[in-house]
Design a protein around this ligand. Sequence first.
Ligand SMILES: *Cc1c(COP(=O)(O)O)cnc(C)c1O
Length: 333
Amino acid sequence: MTNLPVTLADIEQAARRIEGRILRTPFVLSASLSERCGVPVGLKLEHHQTTGSFKLRGATNAVLSLSPEERARGVVAASTGNHGRALAHAAKAEGSVATICMSRLVPENKVAEIRRLGASVRIVGRSQDEAQVEVDRLMAEDGLVMVPPFDNPAVVAGQGTLGLEIVEAMPDVATVLVPLSGGGLAAGVAAAVKGRLPKARVIGLTMQRGAAMKASLDAGRPVQVEEVASLADSLGGGIGLDNAVTFRMCRDLLDEVVLLSEAEIAAGMRHAYTQEREVIEGGAAVGIAALLSGRLGKLDGPVAVIFSGRNVDMGLHQRVINGEADPFAEDAA
Ligand SMILES: *Cc1c(COP(=O)(O)O)cnc(C)c1O
């Protein structure tokens, strides 16, 4: 573990750097899940983080890791989701400016939200790829610094601070359930948890639809998968064929990766709402979904589950809670 790109020491340094700039989110025991699983189950309520997801940790650590000159030039990214929101907020908080590039197809409410958080918005082209071309241009011509959503050591170290908080709240945690997409969260949390508790198991959870990290781990190298709509929209997208940080870390640190169906993710969101009284997005519901599905087999406890975000369209959330036909049901694709 010593030759991985992000170490426990990097994560501890990130924790000191971002302290006071992010919320230390609550960790609570779930009575219903503990009873159901026969071991204590704790919930890290990271969806209450400022901007609604853990992405603020990585973005804040990345912005603070820049030199004053770099920060003055500004940061740039092509994400319209939780990373874009987090980077907009983090840059503004540190006296920098984020430029978020997005395609003309991005809905107006998302554009308005990123502007409200203080970012400058560039609308270019008709796809995420075309938005990325604008990011590359702004880096080359205007000297802006790109802060990617996951494949970056400072971002991974920032996300890892969540793992430190879990171990501090539950010092005998045996299994940690982490939502997995590009792997920044899983890599950071696994490095932190295993750095402190070498025997703990860390399990990555993602949707069956278009699970790029799972396909890459199976292939032994980063591969591309077709992107399909899912309730867990925050878990979509590839890991980058030139992935430098998170693929290796997930390969070396995750004990297992488990895939969930759309119906299981919907059941996770419903359980979070009706039993835990929490509104979470699909990507944040995979941990509960895995516990409820029985796909994890017999679990070593105590167990910690990460609620990673809450930025879900409330109309969609209501339809899921009401059990109306799951919007992305397997047979509706
Ligand atoms: C980004 C995100 C994830 C996945 O994180 P990665 O670092 O890409 O694996 C999970 N849940 C939510 C809410 C997210 O925004």
